[in-house]
Design a protein around this ligand. Structure first.
Ligand SMILES: NC(=O)c1ccc[n+]([C@@H]2O[C@H](COP(=O)([O-])OP(=O)(O)OC[C@H]3O[C@@H](n4cnc5c(N)ncnc54)[C@H](OP(=O)(O)O)[C@@H]3O)[C@@H](O)[C@H]2O)c1
Length: 234
């Protein structure tokens, strides 16, 4: 990435996922990237979104490696929960499943932001981005259904906006973003993508998202962008 200092340091959380692994692979091939760390539930240190202590330990470990990290990407997320796919209608709602969607898609990323945002550079551009989903947009919701996934991603979008506002004085060049990767061929989307107009390979989506992140700056912080560089409504 050309807009970050050279060499830059990157950390990807959710590196076992389809999109997380593609981010790691692409960054490893970028000659400007000096270090890329992929974290997940079985890495050392491990990161489990349901265990804040694991996130705190991972943040301390990262700080020991280097005081500042230029690119922090959250590629975690969940759609099917304990075999339950997204709800078609209100009567399918199960509070335990809905709570789990919020724990992974909203509270977990908020905890990542809490512990990892202090690692962003203070005097140069740094990126803190999370993979949201277009269906989390309230304004763009014309179909209904998928209430837990939609609502948890809408909450995530609010967490992005609020984090961006908090960081605007302490980390003036930070770019905090929610990202829509498009429908991608990964484990998460596998049961649901048959009717998608276009299905991207993970490398295509992550390559495009890295280009978008390269182009945006602090004036874009707290917004929602898709892989084509279009700003999406919250
Ligand atoms: N694929 C798409 O079409 C699409 C479209 C729009 C948005 N997105 C978003 O993109 C993100 C990545 O999706 P993907 O398609 O790459 O899905 P994926 O292949 O299923 O990857 C999901 C990742 O989340 C991790 N994760 C789940 N629960 C966790 C926990 N408790 N602690 C730590 N990590 C946990 C998984 O770790 P394990 O390997 O340990 O389970 C895995 O690394 C998600 O937020 C998704 O909503 C995807």
């Amino acid at each position: 990435m050309e807009s970050l200092q050279t060499p830059y340091r990157a950390v990807i959380v959710g590196a076992t996922g389809g999109l997380g692994a593609a981010f790691v692979q692409q960054l490893e091939q970028d000659p400007d990237c000096g270090q890329v760390v992929g974290l997940h539930r079985h890495s050392k240190p491990r990161v489990d979104l349901l265990d804040e202590v694991s996130i705190e330990h991972a943040a301390s470990w990262l700080r020991e490696q280097a005081p500042e990290w230029d690119l922090i990407l959250d590629a975690t997320g969940i759609l099917t929960i304990d075999g339950h796919g997204p709800e078609k209608r209100l009567r399918d709602l199960d509070p335990a499943i809905m709570a789990h969607a919020f724990a992974i898609n909203a509270i977990g990323p908020a905890l990542l932001f809490k512990h990892l945002a202090p690692l962003l550079p203070r005097t140069r551009k740094g990126v803190l981005a999370t993979l949201s989903a277009r269906v989390g947009s309230i304004e763009d919701n014309h179909l209904g259904g998928w209430i837990s996934y939609r609502a948890s991603k809408a909450a995530l979008n609010q967490i992005v906006r609020t984090t961006a506002l908090e960081l605007r004085f302490s980390h003036r060049q930070a770019v905090v973003l929610a990202l829509q990767p498009g429908t991608c061929a990964t484990r998460l989307s596998e049961p649901y993508r048959a009717r998608a107009p276009e299905v991207l390979e993970p490398e295509t989506a992550t390559g495009a998202l890295l280009k978008v992140l390269d182009r945006l700056d602090a004036t874009d912080s707290g917004t929602f962008y898709d892989f084509e560089g279009q700003r999406l409504p919250f």
